[in-house]
Design a protein around this ligand. Structure first.
Ligand code: PA5
Length: 433
């Protein structure tokens, strides 16, 4: 059973099945590149076959159990693909007020190392003062500046509080099998370590210990996440567009891009999808935006943003297309109560569920945007379960890899990211720059 369903009917007046037919051969050869591994970036195709060994899974679960026991606060240190998937998973699967999960026997979870803000880190150090903390520092290269700075600050704090012997029980490293400064630190201090597979780039690594350990610490059944991803692989590695909705989605977004709709907005109606949208932007942006090409990925959260960006989307420059990401079934569905005097005039909704009203807001928005010249499609997720999340991660990984190849770029590198770094290092007088 698929936990995702797609609806392309609102694209009809913008791109047609005939348009899609015109690129079938191209999709077929990009599929071959992905499957046979002869396209650009083919050293980084490990994500295609989701799965972790029983021993790694058992170790993740065992470490997660011990971290949940010993810490009130768990800090994930990383940037880009090294933190954002874990944050997406935590927000998608847990309470809207995620640190409420502390009350279910899980530690509060915070993220750090994804900026260099003095105030952010000072606020975090203040927040953890007097609390029992653990840290998972994640970096594939093991040399990225932002997480390195955050980790140095936290390590100092942990060692001060617990002494260096106990500190090593509270620090877990996730990094490359052998390279990088983080490896050296792990060896020198004896930290527990998880390996990021060599054939998996950062933004494609959520279904490895990078995303799975933090999710396990927040109480998620990672076996179920992986089962969803495996189902995703069965569905979205099929060669034919007729049978493969990830390729269909990729094909349509490529056609829209070619016709001048160069920005895609991922529009959600659930705050639980907020960080998922951030993950998607990072995956799509870093994979597709290169060689002066690529769809610009943006996101909006409705109905909140219907009262801000909604105006632009409805009436602004016609360069955007929209992908609605919807959840069929809320975890809990509240009803609007009746009121005796109906002073607020809401009794016409009494007894209706919030899901019902939210869904009508979606339908009304999709209609208005279609009429306003915004091509749109919808992806509906069955529920906020770990299996659905696993399938959803895989769906977008496949679709983004396919779109990148269709547009003639290597979806698995990020040469543009080096430019700011080398300027910054020169300005900081880093040795060697
Ligand atoms: O997707 C990517 O490769 C990047 O976003 C990286 O995840 C990010 O730059 C962090 O790199 P690292 O894990 O080496 O610290």
């Amino acid at each position: 059973m698929s936990r995702l369903s797609l609806d392309f009917s609102n694209l009809k007046s913008f791109v047609s099945e005939k348009d899609l037919e015109s690129i079938l051969a191209n999709i077929g050869s990009c599929h071959e590149m992905l499957e046979k591994g002869h396209g650009p970036g083919s050293d980084f195709l490990g994500w295609r076959k989701p799965g972790i060994s029983e021993s790694v899974r058992a170790e993740i679960e065992e470490v997660a159990r011990s971290l949940r026991k010993q810490c009130e606060i768990f800090i994930v240190v990383g940037i880009g693909g090294s933190y954002i998937g874990a944050q997406a998973g935590r927000t998608f699967l847990k309470s809207s007020f995620p640190n409420n999960i502390g009350k279910e026997g899980s530690p509060e979870i915070y993220f750090s190392g994804h900026n260099i803000s003095s105030d952010y880190h000072a606020d975090l150090l203040q927040l953890i003062e007097g609390r029992d903390i653990c840290v998972n520092v994640i970096s594939k290269s093991g040399t990225t500046t932002e997480p390195a700075i955050a980790f140095r600050l936290l390590k100092e704090q942990i060692e001060k509080k617990y002494g260096s012997k106990q500190a090593k029980e509270r620090i877990v490293v996730t990094t490359d099998s052998s390279k990088g400064a983080l490896n050296q630190l792990a060896n020198e201090y004896g930290y527990r370590k998880f390996v990021i597979p060599d054939d998996m780039g950062g933004r494609f690594s959520v279904l490895s210990p990078v995303g799975l350990l933090p999710m396990a610490v927040s109480g998620v059944d990672i076996g179920e996440v992986m089962a969803g991803a495996v189902r995703g692989e069965e569905l979205y590695s099929r060669p034919s567009v007729m049978d493969n909705e990830a390729y269909r989605y990729a094909g349509f977004r490529h056609l829209l891009y070619q016709k001048g709709w160069t920005t895609e907005i991922l529009a959600t109606f659930q705050p639980a999808l907020h960080h998922f949208a951030e993950w998607w932007k990072q995956l799509a942006g870093e994979s597709e935006g290169k060689d002066l090409k690529g769809i610009f990925p943006a996101s909006v959260e409705f109905t909140t943003d219907l009262h801000s960006m909604g105006q632009w989307i409805q009436d602004g420059r016609r360069t955007i297309f929209e992908t609605f990401l919807l959840v069929e079934k809320s975890m809990r569905n509240l009803k609007i109560p009746a009121s005796q005097n109906d002073a607020d005039g809401l009794n016409y909704l009494a007894g209706k569920t919030l899901d019902h009203v939210n869904n009508k807001a979606y339908e009304g928005t999709a209609l208005a945007h279609t009429e306003g010249g915004v091509p749109n499609l919808s992806i509906t997720i069955k529920d906020r379960s770990p299996e659905s999340l696993g399938q959803l991660f895989y769906f977008f990984e496949r679709a983004v890899a396919m779109t990148g190849y269709l547009n003639g770029v290597n979806p698995f590198d990020q040469p543009g990211v080096e430019f700011y770094k080398s300027n910054m290092f020169k300005l900081l007088n880093k040795p060697g720059y």
